[in-house]
Design a protein around this ligand. Sequence first.
Ligand code: CNA
Length: 238
Amino acid sequence: MEDKIAKLREMIAESDNIVFFGGAGVSTESGIPDFRSVDGLYNQKWKYPPETILSHSFFERDPEEYYRFHREKLVIDGVKPNRAHLRLAQLEQEGKLKAVITQNIDGLHQAAGSKNVLELHGSILRAYCSRCRRPYPAEQMNKGTGVPRCSCGGVIRPDIVLYEEALDEDILRRSIAYIRNADILIIGGTSLNVYPAAGLINYYRGNKLVLINLSETPYDSYADLIIHEKIGEVFSRV
Ligand code: CNA
């Protein structure tokens, strides 16, 4: 572990073109459960699996149940950025990190001070009407009860990409460009199981692919440096 941290520290010191690509594991140390860890959302008792509730067709069919899950499981009071978010923001300020590409929907990278954050799956901190697309403050959607409705009668929805929905093409295109041109690509806190996001790794052309994840991923053999440790812990030391 010491050797690997030292190696990563050295790599970071030498580069000014680092790109970070992360997922739910980046926020678990802030108290937000991920999907696939033992205490993640997939292993909790709920009427339907999270993938079903967080799908476009389920949202249309049963917005009431969707919002029960959304408010209980996705919105967590008082969460703060952890050492991984904070160090990434600092690396951007130092001119070393070009972009944070995240699958997370919690807004914690921006809360930590990161400016160039590409949110592949949107954010629960934004809301809009699913019928007329008028924007709404997220507060009302995240805190209220029942199904929030627009003055046009449409259901207000979070600005997140639900399962069955397409990713924003512009964000995807920009993410690919950052990854393709990166000197170092650090991937962390993601099981690399959710596509098309996980496929972004294939656009990297360098030889400094760093993977920081508690559990194994299908891409472990691609990594030039692999660290199976807590990501907040790792970033506090580099
Ligand atoms: P995932 O499939 O739940 O995988 C998370 C991975 O992170 C697992 O492989 C864990 O082993 C690993 N992990 C957990 N904690 C740590 C830690 N402290 N340090 C290092 N590794 C850790 O999540 P993915 O992001 O890969 O899956 C994509 C989904 C999950 C996206 O659509 C997200 O929107 C969605 N999600 C987001 C949040 C959030 O915004 N915070 C929370 C839960 C789920």
